[in-house]
Design a protein around this ligand. Structure first.
Ligand SMILES: [Zn+2]
Ligand SMILES: [Zn+2]
Length: 171
């Protein structure tokens, strides 16, 4: 990972910091283009680990945009025992998963609400349909008369319309 070495330290605190040595045994200073290994935390001059200035700039850009970027020194890269996913990156991934799960829960809730609302609307629609279909109500069955006769009589008496029963198959 690219890291800008602290530059705002006062000279006193810089003096108290332990000197950081590259594999070349020279001190890595604030002014050097240097990378810190994400596994062994050692700082290296980019020239000492064959990192081109262009690649260094790329690491720098990724780091400034807080993108996931790791860098491992050649020694750690060849060491099969080195865990190349540092806990910090796992934490970032874990945070992202948490966010996605939260988002998913929100979406699921919204979906459920919409389904409920849709059910409600469908019920209203059915109720409205049924309401419109009711033309004659509060009629009680009359002995010896079928429903058809009752309806015809009702229509004739109340609406003044005469219907020939033979012209109607059913009501
Ligand atoms: Zn060096
Ligand atoms: Zn290393």
């Amino acid at each position: 990972m690219y890291k800008r070495r602290k530059t705002q330290d006062s000279p006193k605190s810089s003096e108290s910091q332990p000197q950081t040595l590259c594999s070349c045994q020279a001190i890595v200073t604030d002014n050097d283009n240097a990378l810190q290994c994400d596994a062994c935390d050692t700082w290296f001059h980019i020239g000492c680990v064959n990192v081109s200035p262009m690649a260094y700039t790329a690491y720098q850009t990724l780091a400034e945009q807080q993108q996931f970027s790791n860098w491992f020194c050649p020694k750690c890269l060849n060491d099969k025992n080195v865990d190349r996913v540092p806990p910090r990156c796992l934490q970032t991934l874990s945070d992202r998963i948490d966010k996605i799960e939260h988002h998913l829960t929100t979406l699921t809730n919204k979906h459920d609400q919409l389904v409920d609302r849709l059910d409600e609307l469908n019920e209203n629609l059915e109720r409205e349909k049924r309401r419109k279909n009711i033309i004659v109500k509060n009629l009680s069955p009359v002995e010896g008369t079928n429903d058809k006769d009752v309806v015809f009589r009702f229509v004739q008496n109340h609406l003044g319309v005469k219907i020939d029963p033979s012209s109607v198959d059913s009501v």
